[in-house]
Design a protein around this ligand. Structure first.
Ligand SMILES: Cc1cc2nc3c(=O)[nH]c(=O)nc-3n(C[C@H](O)[C@H](O)[C@H](O)COP(=O)(O)O)c2cc1C
Length: 114
């Protein structure tokens, strides 16, 4: 029976243990861009020893986000996201990301706009 500290393979990815740092929205982005605060936070998370750091809910649509969230809807966010992955990898963890689409938020703002 595997132990929580045993490595595990997820697809082709080898993860050093079975501990996941769950996604927690940090409100550290600015206009969807990863900031130094975002990097510092995930630096600390990765240093905590989890095998996988699951990056918080990130928005796949600009108009589908209830809060300010890290953006995934445009390639201009890629350099920041690359840095984020590098910071997590440097801490010895693998990175995954939560793709969030909140259609209710877009319908809500649509209603309010009317
Ligand atoms: C500040 C904060 C932000 C959170 N952000 C997210 C998020 O972005 N995505 C998500 O699926 N869950 C989010 N959650 C839920 C957590 O990932 C987690 O499921 C919840 O805190 C329960 O954790 P537990 O099962 O370890 O008690 C957030 C929770 C907190 C406290």
């Amino acid at each position: 029976m595997p132990n929580v500290f045993d490595p595990i393979k997820i697809g082709l990815m080898e993860v050093k243990n079975r501990i996941v740092a769950g996604p927690m929205m940090s409100n550290t982005d600015i206009d969807g861009y990863v900031t130094q605060n975002t990097l510092d936070l995930y630096d600390e998370r990765a240093a905590g020893g989890a095998g996988l750091v699951h990056v918080e809910a990130c928005a796949v649509r600009k108009d589908g986000r209830p809060f300010d969230q890290i953006g995934l809807w445009h390639d201009r966010f890629l350099p920041g996201l690359r840095h984020l992955a590098e910071v997590i990898h440097r801490g010895g963890a693998k990175a995954s990301i939560q793709n969030a689409n909140t259609p209710a938020a877009s319908s809500f703002s649509h209603c309010v706009a009317r």
